[in-house]
Write a protein that binds this ligand. Structure first.
Ligand SMILES: *[C@@H]1O[C@H](CO)[C@@H](O)[C@H](O)[C@H]1NC(C)=O
Ligand SMILES: *[C@@H]1O[C@H](CO)[C@@H](O)[C@H](O)[C@H]1NC(C)=O
Ligand SMILES: *[C@@H]1O[C@H](CO)[C@@H](O)[C@H](O)[C@H]1NC(C)=O
Ligand SMILES: *[C@@H]1O[C@H](CO)[C@@H](O)[C@H](O)[C@H]1NC(C)=O
Ligand SMILES: *[C@@H]1O[C@H](CO)[C@@H](O)[C@H](O)[C@H]1NC(C)=O
Ligand SMILES: *[C@@H]1O[C@H](CO)[C@@H](O)[C@H](O)[C@H]1NC(C)=O
Length: 526
């Protein structure tokens, strides 16, 4: 009966007066709802209030977050409501053969975008604009089934969404639990925005390096690019970038889900002020995944030289034996400067480093992930030469220690960016918009493949080992979002994008000039 009316969903009645609500919460209804619906709801409310739970039509809402993540809604009756939470329920299904079934109680719809008052919606961060960029190869032609099938060659799994349900066809095992936590993230997206994701089919490759080379799709082949999702790209490839698994946790090395880690990082920054940190550049990682990292180690401090770098090898096996005591990323913000250097490809550590309030020294990267393309040199980070790392680091640290205000501002700009623009809400919104824009391009009807598995949070989380279950429980989306996704910004005009790249190149060149001058000056003094 309520099907087809505007925003309809279950709420638990909290049942107090709304007097304490700020006036903005008490705005009148924005939507002139049909009178009979109101009457009907009015009657319904009286009975439902007794049962402490009912359905209601929302006309206007705001969020007030209590510690409990209770979401308070103001509707036309100006009463606050508590959203029902749906925790994992691992006790449904058969006890005899241990089959975990998916519960049917989770809401499958939540209004639709057009009905929401989107005037209060924030515009998405700038990095969302690269979604248009990533989908450019198919803008004119659309995506055919044949193109998707050709992306299967290296894919670890096919994701299918039909009628708001997720199905996965697995092709091969990924490194560690990358595939598991990536799929988990998509299931949480479906819980966050139930009924608002379109039907789609996509291929996902969980390996590090992008593989869809632009040079293979020139001329006649240019309309044949296979759409392949993965975690990073570079300027020579057309893979579509998607948030990596670590946002929901990296079980193997005990890195917890991003939402809580972000809070830990903030607390850590409040405890340790920039000025009180070690005035050197710090790096800790695995040097054996890339030559350039081994090259970096040559810059470590020794008896004979000091390039202002303090570098350490991360021994993950030892760490895991010692309960990861030394690898807590939130307690690694101890230096004024932190080095980011790519590993085998992009590294998930970049967000942890940028979040530190320290100046991030980025060794010239080759790869980008979904958010890094909107970072600006000198504003968010300090660029380090790839080919002359030690001298470059030495200069960066000296410059920062001589320009403390400016250096602190760079550290702050990066950590603000991470805290505000890379919070989990926006990670979900990025996935939401990317998948929606992608689905708009599909020129075929998505179908559930034979043998594909229907997945829900319960069927994934209930059977797995404790180390994974812990992070899944922590990153579970417990109820649908009451706010719409942020508003998608338009594509960059080609010229604006060109200007953007040129500006960044010029800033890098400027830093290199300062650096050259600095070393010239030093050699003159000798
Ligand atoms: C949620 O609120 C209830 C009652 O106010 C309280 O007992 C409970 O500890 C809270 N839960 C969390 C996770 O804060
Ligand atoms: C879990 O599901 C079972 C079966 O549907 C139900 O009886 C039980 O109350 C549920 N538990 C929770 C905590 O929701
Ligand atoms: C387990 O039980 C469910 C429901 O009773 C049934 O549909 C399923 O086929 C069973 N699975 C196996 C492997 O026996
Ligand atoms: C077009 O694709 C075919 C088959 O994938 C390949 O052999 C050929 O080299 C490609 N041509 C160009 C111009 O890239
Ligand atoms: C770098 O130097 C520090 C200080 O001497 C030392 O503790 C550390 O082990 C060195 N790192 C490497 C990778 O050798
Ligand atoms: C060169 O060194 C001198 C003396 O240390 C200093 O005063 C001057 O600012 C330096 N110039 C540059 C460009 O670093």
């Amino acid at each position: 009966m309520l099907r087809g009316s505007r925003l309809v969903r279950p709420f638990q009645f909290q049942g107090t007066s709304s007097d304490w609500l700020p006036s903005s919460f008490r705005k009148g209804p924005a939507i002139a709802a049909a009178t009979n619906t109101i009457l009907f709801l009015g009657l319904f409310i009286i009975s439902a209030a007794v049962l402490c739970s009912y359905w209601i039509q929302i006309s206007n809402f705001q969020i007030g977050n209590s510690a409990n993540e209770t979401v308070l809604i103001s509707n036309k009756y100006q009463e606050p409501f508590k959203v029902i939470e749906f925790p994992l329920n691992c006790s449904i299904g058969s006890n005899i053969n241990q089959t975990q079934t998916c519960p049917t109680s989770y809401p499958t719809t939540f209004g639709n975008l057009d009905d929401l008052d989107t005037s209060t919606n924030p515009v998405c961060p700038d990095y969302f604009r690269f979604i248009h960029q990533d989908l450019m190869p198919w803008k004119a032609t659309g995506i055919t089934r044949d193109m998707v099938e050709r992306a299967k060659e290296t894919a670890h799994f096919r994701l299918v969404i039909v009628n708001g349900k997720a199905y996965v066809e697995k092709y091969k095992k990924s490194i560690q639990t990358r595939d598991v936590f990536t799929i988990w993230g998509i299931l949480q997206l479906l819980r966050r925005y139930p009924g608002r994701l379109p039907d789609l089919e996509l291929m996902f490759d969980c390996d590090d390096k992008p593989v869809i080379r632009s040079s293979d799709y020139r001329g006649l082949n240019s309309t044949q690019v296979p759409p392949l999702f993965r975690y990073c790209g570079d300027r020579w490839t057309r893979d579509v970038v998607f948030p990596d698994w670590s946002f929901w946790g990296w079980a193997e090395i005990n890195i917890k889900p991003w939402e809580n880690l972000l809070k830990d990082l903030k607390k850590g920054n409040d405890r340790s002020k920039w000025m009180e940190r070690e005035p050197y550049a710090y790096w800790k990682g695995n040097p054996f995944v890339a030559e350039s990292r081994q090259d970096l180690l040559k810059c470590n401090v020794s008896d004979s030289q000091d390039w202002n770098a303090r570098l350490f090898i991360q021994d993950w096996i030892l760490e895991s034996q010692q309960g990861f005591k030394q690898s807590d990323v939130a307690s690694q913000c101890t230096h004024r400067y932190k080095i980011y250097i790519e590993g085998y490809a992009w590294s998930v550590s970049e967000k942890y480093i940028l979040a530190c309030d320290s100046v991030t020294l980025i060794v010239k990267p080759q790869y980008y992930d979904f958010f890094t393309r909107s970072l600006q040199p000198v504003h968010h980070y300090w660029p380090i030469r790839h080919d002359d790392k030690c001298k470059s680091i030495k200069f960066a640290v000296d410059w920062g220690n001589n320009h403390k205000q400016k250096a602190q501002a760079i550290g702050k700009a990066a950590s603000d960016f991470i805290q505000q623009e890379l919070k989990m809400d926006f990670v979900y919104d990025y996935m939401f918009h990317l998948l929606n824009e992608y689905a708009k391009l599909l020129r075929f009807e998505p179908k559930i493949p034979e043998g594909a598995t229907h997945l829900c949070s319960e069927s994934m989380a209930c059977p797995v080992a404790e180390s994974e279950k812990k992070f899944m429980t922590e990153s579970l989306v417990k109820s649908p979002s009451v706010t719409s996704p942020c508003t998608m910004p338009p594509a960059y005009k080609p010229q604006a994008l060109g200007n953007w790249y040129r500006r960044n190149i010029n800033l890098n060149k400027q830093v290199q000039k300062w650096e050259d001058k600095y070393w010239e000056n030093l050699s003159k003094q000798d």
